[in-house]
Design a protein around this ligand. Structure first.
Ligand SMILES: NC(=O)c1ccc[n+]([C@@H]2O[C@H](COP(=O)([O-])OP(=O)(O)OC[C@H]3O[C@@H](n4cnc5c(N)ncnc54)[C@H](OP(=O)(O)O)[C@@H]3O)[C@@H](O)[C@H]2O)c1
Length: 348
């Protein structure tokens, strides 16, 4: 293997962060995106090679992928951007990773399993904070309770959200919530359920959200009933509940245009990331009432994203991959997350 990968959307907040961390590790990704000025400036700053192409030109994508082994797709919302890139990866027999957290994207990628196997490449969406830590937690619970049929996961402490995260969340407002029920993704109202969650250091009220694990934890564990919770300020909880009734309005084109324009660029500063911390909790139960629980602490969300995405990419470049659609914990096991400095799991 030549050991080269391409970061698409490298000039975005998370793409730029991943680029910086990659360079610090001595990796030499090829930077790419559609914005020639921004991509070239970033590449020059880090003395890296770069490619400029939009996602609606197959020939340009194919040319850009010619000399790489794998792609790290960082340009979201992925429901708008992932298809052309993953198709190009399958055509050109290149591994595909991204940092999506969108359920519909995970499900679309899962349907590519057969084609990815035929091409001999791994398709692994969700190599960031969503879903690596929670996917590993889910897998840990399943390993400890093999007959589990119910899984609850929660996370807390995402801190300030980046432009792209807010843009993606805003785009999906009005779609309500989602859980997995009897193996099927099932729509539920926004903020469908709340419950008290003991994160160890703090107890908080969690609210159900349509987080990526609703899709991925099923592939990682086979557990057919999955709910994911997060902690939001009381005012946001009210807004989430209001979106049950006003979501249709927020989803209209003019409203979306307005909302998207209000989102500031960038994301948390280095200082904010250094101070940040995330907490996760999970529980699995079987039909006989047996129950296991686990807690985890991890670095701030965008820091975790950069670290997990690069650890997974390094494995791929080292030839440690499984062809087909994969989730992080399915391919690399529950302890994958323990490779990240600052991560703790209880019980270990
Ligand atoms: N899973 C996780 O834990 C995790 C963590 C971080 C981020 N994310 C997700 O990653 C995505 C990026 O977040 P961010 O904050 O880094 O975003 P950002 O700062 O807004 O940057 C977005 C990047 O994507 C590019 N882009 C957007 N739409 C495109 C399109 N149609 N064609 C080509 N390029 C396109 C942008 O290019 P231009 O500059 O040319 O517009 C830019 O390079 C979001 O969907 C976010 O939710 C997930």
């Amino acid at each position: 293997m030549s050991g080269t990968f391409l970061i698409y959307g490298a000039n975005g907040y998370t793409g730029e962060l991943i680029t910086r961390y990659a360079v610090e590790r001595g990796m030499k990704p090829i930077l790419a995106g559609r914005n020639a000025i921004a991509v070239e400036a970033l590449a020059k700053k880090h003395q890296l090679d770069f490619r400029v192409f939009p996602l609606d030109e197959n020939t340009a994508i194919d040319n850009a992928l010619r000399n790489v082994d794998a792609v790290m797709h960082c340009a979201g919302p992925f429901s708008l951007t992932s298809r052309p890139m993953v198709e190009a990866c399958l055509r050109n027999k290149k591994h595909y990773t991204d940092i999506t957290g969108e359920i519909a994207v995970f499900e679309a990628m899962a349907r590519l399993d057969g084609r990815a196997k035929e091409s001999g490449v791994m398709v692994m969406p969700g190599v960031g904070f969503d879903v690596v830590p929670s996917d590993c937690l889910a897998r840990n619970l399943k390993d400890r309770l093999p007959d589990a049929n119910r899984l609850s996961l929660a996370f807390y402490g995402m801190g300030r959200l980046s432009h792209g995260t807010q843009a993606t969340m805003t785009m999906n407002v009005g779609q309500g919530g989602a859980i997995r029920k009897d193996g099927k993704i099932t729509r539920v109202p926004a903020a469908w359920k709340t419950r008290e969650i003991d994160f160890g250091e703090v107890k908080k009220t969690g609210v159900t959200i349509p987080w990526g694990d609703v899709a991925t934890a099923y592939y990682s564990t086979g557990i057919p009933n999955i709910e994911v919770y997060t902690v939001v300020p009381a005012s946001n909880l009210k807004m989430l509940k209001a979106s049950r009734y006003l979501g249709w309005l927020m989803a209209t084109k003019p409203f979306q245009k307005y909302l998207q324009k209000q989102i500031p660029p960038g994301g948390p500063s280095d200082e904010e990331r250094a101070k940040g911390k995330t907490m996760l909790w999970g529980a699995a139960e079987d039909v006989n009432g047996n129950r296991v629980e686990a807690r985890m602490t991890a670095p701030e969300g965008y820091t975790t994203t950069a670290l997990t995405a690069l650890n997974i990419m390094q494995k791929i470049l080292d030839g440690n991959f499984q062809p087909g659609f994969q989730t992080p914990a399915k391919a690399y096991g529950a302890d994958l997350i323990l490779e990240i400095p600052g991560v703790g799991r209880e019980p270990a």
